[in-house]
Design a protein around this ligand. Structure first.
Ligand SMILES: Cc1cc2nc3c(=O)[nH]c(=O)nc-3n(C[C@H](O)[C@H](O)[C@H](O)COP(=O)(O)OP(=O)(O)OC[C@H]3O[C@@H](n4cnc5c(N)ncnc54)[C@H](O)[C@@H]3O)c2cc1C
Length: 509
């Protein structure tokens, strides 16, 4: 029987274990899978907002949605609300826009974004074209009374407790045959470009394949790196540290069904509401402020007293050029990291684990196959990096050294630069971003950022005033219908966590 050893019991390790076990052992044991986790090294303990593809993962591995929500204190996420990413108006109004997961496709003469650009624009782009934005404004979910597991009227994802998610996956994996080994890896023995064995405090471990999920340390893969394997993004993504804290919410608090990303003086902060508490973090550039200054600014932002203890995290921003070398693949933080502005960490884990299964032929795996895997992952990271840079470079903020340094970062992103010059004269559409291999974010997402950050193209298309009013009246009607029929966040969570079956206890508006 072939054997795979995963080292690391964070979200990456357990997500990978569950997915590989489902892929190889669903119809009987064909591959022996073990996960080694150290009792001495803690997990990073963050990673609590997700993108809709997490639902594909949960369904692929046979996890029940209600069970998952109960076990991880999860809440619904309709998108991300960005605040303060541009300078306030002259009247002092804070700039804000949303990146929801849906967009209405009403194509009258031209696509919906062009219609909006040529219309009177009396509502913002997100308010004009998204159902999820309208739901979020009213603290609603995209679920109706009849929604089955994972079903909804528009796409959604979750906020979840990272530690509880790890424990939940661990239980799921062990129940299905994954072996857990509690041991600390002291040494990695490699020979001729392959890992031969691991020395641990519980003895030696050998395996056909090794998955490195040891976090930023990349304990296993780094043993096989013969040349410089780190591709840094630090010239274009300035944030390299985070300060985090969890805050309790009382039972009367209604959790937001969206993440809040609030730009601060040297980066941005997140607020992620779970059923019982909020996760908060400030991702900042240590080239611009010290950890003490970041903590002080964040404390003030959250209105917390001086006794509050914060957690500080170093972030290695970039990716490994080769994430699969010999018989070892890095998954999770060991493979690379891009700041969590669009909550993509867990998605990258899912993508890597799935790609690994698609590429892996065990001992028969060719170098060209590994090269293809590495290219897929590299392209995905690079595309994502550009998408994150886009959020910053459209800002008109000049109120701190950090924001004044931001425009220079575009010089390191040639593709994004050329796309932006195109989007100055035409609407951003599917074909403009479809040539990328990753497709993590499509034109739908790019448009929310571009138009939310006031980056509008100059169009030269003849139109008559009011020509598109009926498009937006139609969408507004759909928004109202959706708001009328969907469950509030509290209703949905109460029914899912406490309800006996379905939504019997839920009263419709
Ligand atoms: C500030 C911040 C915010 C983030 N926010 C988000 C977000 O909102 N959404 C999202 O999707 N992602 C987010 N991420 C990314 C996400 O947290 C990670 O992708 C995810 O937690 C996976 O981490 P990991 O399992 O790779 O590493 P870790 O959690 O660090 O786990 C490493 C594991 O390796 C084990 N280990 C280490 N050394 C040894 C050894 N010698 N022997 C045996 N075992 C060992 C440890 O015990 C541990 O179990 C964020 C990351 C950061 C830094």
């Amino acid at each position: 029987m072939a054997s795979i050893t995963i080292v690391g019991g964070g979200t990456a390790g357990w997500m990978t274990a569950v997915l590989l076990n489902q892929a190889y052992n669903k119809f009987g044991n064909t591959v022996s899978i073990q996960l080694v986790e150290s009792p001495d090294v803690d997990i990073v303990g963050v990673g609590e907002a997700t993108v809709p593809a997490i639902k594909d993962f949960l369904q692929a591995v046979g996890i029940d949605e209600a069970e998952f929500i109960k076990s991880t204190n999860a809440t619904i996420k309709n998108g991300i609300l960005f605040k303060n990413w541009c300078a306030p108006t002259e009247e002092g109004e804070v700039h804000q826009y949303m990146h929801p997961f849906d967009q209405e496709r009403v194509e009258k003469r031209l696509d919906v974004a062009t219609s909006w650009l040529l219309s009177s624009r009396n509502k913002s782009y997100d308010d004009s074209v998204s159902i999820a934005k309208a739901l979020s404004d009213k603290n609603l979910t995209p679920k109706v009374q009849q929604s089955k597991s994972f079903q909804s009227i528009v796409p959604y994802s979750y906020h979840l407790d990272a530690r509880l998610f790890g424990q939940f996956l661990r239980k799921h994996a062990i129940a299905r045959g994954v072996t857990r080994v509690e041991a600390h890896v002291n040494n990695v023995v490699a020979k001729e470009g392959k890992i031969v064995s691991l020395s641990t405090d519980k003895g030696e471990i050998t395996s056909d394949l090794f998955i490195d999920c040891t976090g930023f340390r990349a304990l296993l893969l780094s043993k096989l790196e013969e040349q410089e394997n780190w591709h840094s993004y630090s010239d274009v993504l300035l944030c390299d540290k985070a300060v985090t804290i969890q805050t309790e919410n009382d039972t009367s608090y209604a959790p937001n069904p969206y993440t809040i990303s609030h730009a601060l003086s040297a980066g941005w902060s997140w607020k992620i509401d779970l059923q019982n508490r909020s996760g908060n973090g400030y991702v900042y550039s240590s080239r611009h402020i010290s950890p003490e200054q970041a903590e002080l600014e964040f404390r003030k932002h959250l209105g917390l007293d001086e006794q509050t203890k914060f957690n500080h995290i170093d972030m290695h921003v970039g990716r490994r050029r080769q994430q699969w070398i010999g018989n070892c693949v890095a998954v999770g933080l060991s493979s690379g990291f891009i700041e969590p502005l669009e909550s993509t960490g867990l998605h990258l884990i899912y993508l890597a684990a799935r790609q690994f299964v698609l590429h892996n032929n065990f001992s028969k795996t060719q170098q060209s196959t590994r090269d293809n895997y590495n290219k897929t992952m590299n392209d995905t990271y690079d595309e994502l990096k550009d998408f994150i840079v886009l959020h910053y470079v459209l800002s008109d903020r000049t109120d701190s050294e950090f924001w004044r340094d931001i425009p220079k970062t575009l010089d390191g992103c040639e593709l994004l630069k050329s796309r932006l010059s195109v989007w100055k004269h035409k609407v951003c559409e599917y074909f403009d971003v479809s040539n990328s291999t990753s497709h993590m974010f499509s034109d739908v997402s790019y448009r929310y950022i571009l138009y939310g950050m006031n980056y509008f193209p100059e169009l030269d298309i003849p139109f008559v005033e009011g020509e598109f009013d009926d498009v937006f009246a139609y969408i507004e009607n759909r928004q109202q219908q959706a708001c009328h029929h969907t469950l509030s966040h509290k209703e949905y969570l109460n029914a899912t966590v406490h309800g006996q079956s379905g939504f019997v206890s839920v009263s419709m508006k």
